[in-house]
Design a binder for this molecule. Sequence first.
Ligand code: 13P
Length: 255
Amino acid sequence: MSRKIIIAGNWKMHKTNSEALQLANQIKMKTTDVKHTGMIMCPPFTALAAVADVVKDSGISIGAQDMCIAKEGAYTGAISAGMIKSTGAIHVIIGHSERRQYFGETDDSVNQKIKTALEFGLKPIVCVGESLEQREGNITSEVVTKQIKGAFAGLKPEDISHIIAAYEPIWAIGTGKTATPEQAEAVHVTIREVVAEMFGQQAADGLVIQYGGSVKPENAQSLLSQPNIDGALVGGACLKADSFAEIIHIAEKLG
Ligand code: 13P
């Protein structure tokens, strides 16, 4: 089954609104020729609406980096799925390891956020991945299986078609160390097997599974050439229009 390659950029806590507008405009201009590759930019909440406006006539869609489980209410500082949707964003990253590490995200909160996101018509990009200690302890497969089972508990097979999974080994995020294409491929196969077990082969075959962790123009081709690596969730290299557009063009040639 051929899946569309989707490249997403997670801007993390970078870019003021004027910087965000500049970056979004540059990326848009450099990707006007892209036909087959999905493109997503995830700026900070503060820039969502402005960036969504910049890309509205382009092939780029917008995502948030997190959201609140609750739909509305007295949750000072929190941002709801409905608020995100109202900016023009259609995706939301859920369960990024930085949210798990610094903000107490758990498999259970990830699961609840996915359900709320789907209810509001937002498409979750669900992140899983092991720590260095877990990889060295040879429990990567168990860790990722548990995260996927927890995240997707209680969903229906048709929900999977609105979800992107992202495998991001924590030891590869922002460190310059990338998983080898073989290491990443093996975990992507595991993720697809777990999803097949939970929701059937058809749902699993349709699931786009991105790799994230020090993806750059130099390693994008070898990672994206793997049969079960269907895209990338890019951090550092998405903050410069040249490198993000280059990764997209590498994907476009493979697509
Ligand atoms: P880097 O590409 O900076 O390693 O970040 C990856 C990431 O966490 C994307 O969500």
